[in-house]
Design a protein around this ligand. Sequence first.
Ligand code: FAD
Length: 402
Amino acid sequence: MEFTFNKEQLAWQKKAREFSNEIIRPASVERDLIADPAKTFDWEIIRKGSQLGFRTLAVPKKWGGHGLDLVTQVLVMVELARGDASISKTFSQCWKWSQLIAAVCTDEQKERFLKPFIADETYLLGLGANEPSGGSDNRMPPEDAPTAGMRLKAERQGDEWILNGEKCFIANGNIAKLLFIRARTNPAVSVRSGTTLFLVPRDTPGFRVGRVFNKNGWRFYQNAELIFENARIPHSNLVGKVNGGAEARGGDPSQFSDLELGANALGVCDAAVEMAMQRIKQRHYGGHPLLEQQTIQLKLSRMHMLTEALRSFMLRVAWERDQAVAGNADYLKSANNMLALTFSADTVQSVTNLNMEIHGACTGGAHPAAYKLVRDAIIWTHLAGDSVNRIKGIKSVMSHAH
Ligand SMILES: Cc1cc2nc3c(=O)[nH]c(=O)nc-3n(C[C@H](O)[C@H](O)[C@H](O)COP(=O)(O)OP(=O)(O)OC[C@H]3O[C@@H](n4cnc5c(N)ncnc54)[C@H](O)[C@@H]3O)c2cc1C
């Protein structure tokens, strides 16, 4: 395995670091402290990032994007997240879903949706699966029971599909111009075999956005309710096959989902280590800097050790998946995939807690940035399901054990 980066990867990493230092970081705490969750968002940051290619970097070159591999996506994500994990995540939503359009949609759909996405600096993307009645049951037992999983219904009428129901907590839900929506097309079978994926433009008749959720962390990131009341979707917006919703997503080896969350966590860990380092140099007791205290050194070394372990893990998963995209499907069997997400949740929470300890009682008041990192880290608990996901990771380890 080769962990030296090529010139293109290093150039993207540098560009992302500069954008993060100059544009994201100065806005981060200020945006986080805005009370109304629908007002924390800032289109100017998206426009500027978009001009530098941070919105469209995963679209293949053939379709006008930058075609970056997953290792480079990880490098960029880490830098953006060092500035703010909810701003990086707003951009990376677009990487995942534009890549999905490129991987599984027809050329006609790519013409209709990828071209305007590339051209418009404010064109954002999202995907809605989660619903008020539940989220984990789309992938956890009893996922095979017809009664488990999403309920939003799609019924065919001539050349259209009529959608009725609700999605909740959908990222970029209130600001995206295009959303992938997974809906029930056969209620008599499991969610795996009875759902279909649709492309839903923002201006679809019968579709509207409900409330924006007020989260304690990732406050810039917009999570919204999506409401479908006889929403009319043309048949030409169906992705893949009827009842092939799970297959359409699962068939794409270039998925960034868990890597995205791991790389985002890594950026937060980097920020926490940097912040703790500054603090222990500046804070003095009895004329000595805090960094001379052995217990403080132990805490800092633990933060550093966990951060570097996460970095190695994420780059390895990214590298393995890039090999799979390049045609070596064996790498997709890697047991690392599900465990990457839960390891990043554990790591980001431990590292940000240690940073909070090092900042002492000032964390909540004089150091809102340290406190923000802890609140941001809590978000990892519920992303794509909580630590129960380890069960899937362990099943994967067992099924591939020799
Ligand atoms: C910041 C953020 C962004 C998100 N963005 C999106 C998005 O863009 N699109 C989208 O579709 N969703 C999104 N989600 C939703 C996310 O996918 C769900 O939160 C997640 O699937 C968990 O669902 P839930 O919150 O309904 O929890 P529930 O499913 O209600 O789970 C609650 C608890 O029960 C446990 N549990 C549930 N079933 C089982 C089981 N069978 N066995 C054991 N324990 C079980 C869970 O582990 C958990 O501890 C987002 C969530 C967050 C926090």
